[in-house]
Design a protein around this ligand. Sequence first.
Ligand code: ADP
Ligand code: ASP
Ligand code: MG
Length: 438
Amino acid sequence: MKVLKFGGTSVGSPENMRAVMNLISDGEQKIVVLSAMSGTTNSLVEISKYLHQKNKETARLEIGKLETKYKQVIAKLFTSEENKKSGLKVIKKSFDTIKSFTSGSFGLLGENTILAQGELISTQLFTLLMVENGHKTKLLPALKFMRIDEDKIADTHFIRKSIKKEIKEVGAANYYITQGFICKNANNEIDNLQRGGSDYTASLIGAAIDADEIQIWTDIDGFHNNDPRFVENTKKIDHLSFNEAAELAYFGAKILHPQTVLPARVQNIPVRLKNTMNPTDGGTLISSETDGQGIKAVAAKDEITAVKIRSARMLNAYGFLKNVFAVFEKYETPIDMISTSEVAVSITIDNTQKLSEIREDLGKFGTVEVDSGMSIVCIVGDIIQEEKGFASKVFHALDGIPIRMISYGGSRYNISVLVPTVNKKETLQALSDNLLEI
Ligand code: ADP
Ligand code: ASP
Ligand code: MG
């Protein structure tokens, strides 16, 4: 069986939902993961922000706007009056839930419950549409099988066991529709897999059911060799290895949620990226095969903070780095890049929730400098690092760019540089112009 995921734009209007219906209904059994309609999760984030700020009036106004939008969708989506009524019932339930948070207190669980409504609505409406059009379709409730543990890591054992049980429970169908993004946590509360998480849902399901293929359908023809939002003349890549795609996704290529590749790689399930608006195009295949050496693509990850610890006294002493890492471990803050010199060590992080505590603890070892507003630009491919002149090609391409840190040699798939975010666009463009095939 295949698992197909359709993103926000793919289900972003009644017309697009109908196009997805026509695309998937070929009689072959499949699991279909849907995102919320485009713009919905952003609106729900905004509404939550107003509720956190106790700005209930503006929250109510935004809720009203979103509800009106969904009423218009329903009017266009269904043919029969009965299904229009069922659609209105679906959205009433979700909007009643959202509105319930406009009185009383509001916390993280409230926010996660609100964020879940986008996917809960899109999947129910789409299932109704499929059934109205005579397709044998069942809704698989993701909250019954998608779970993360205490460390916020997907509980793959639970997912594998529960999804099979759930498929049996809902009964035979050609098409199983389920929600991307949403899950339960270790306390059995509603949670999510972070923004863009529907891709990750699809690969977790693919791994859990030993799928033949995981397909990520989106609004572009595949994985490009640079970020098309910032760079002109990017080119689609026909094939990437799991390792290359994992590095690109982790280092910011928005087309894939950072963790999407991992479950597929473990089970060796090919992942195919496809364009919903141009379904006959082959897209990009991600698999265990490698396509020869060389640089394949670049990506950038924003909102990076660099932390430098300077200590003439301690850096030479063994155990110094261990002590530094222990601080980041204590505050559960992952490190992305690291570089050292005789007197200082620089580290980058993207989670700054505990930055002031980290700064204070590191202060015991030396002086601490913090630079925010940085981006990691990651150059990915199957790179033979012994190749003569390779590093100089990269440095030549980046001539004139203020590079703050470099990471080279960590794996054969990645060279990363840290640059101020204000220089990100020119860095990406320079790499496209000098290093990539266009
Ligand atoms: P969806 O809503 O379908 O999940 P996303 O917006 O999350 O879609 O991802 C698709 C978008 O990712 C593209 O429209 C494109 O702007 C952006 N993107 C960023 N980097 C890349 C890349 N290297 N290749 C293709 N698309 C990319
Ligand atoms: N709807 C969620 C988001 O916008 C998940 C996703 O689209 O993948 O982040
Ligand atoms: Mg996405």
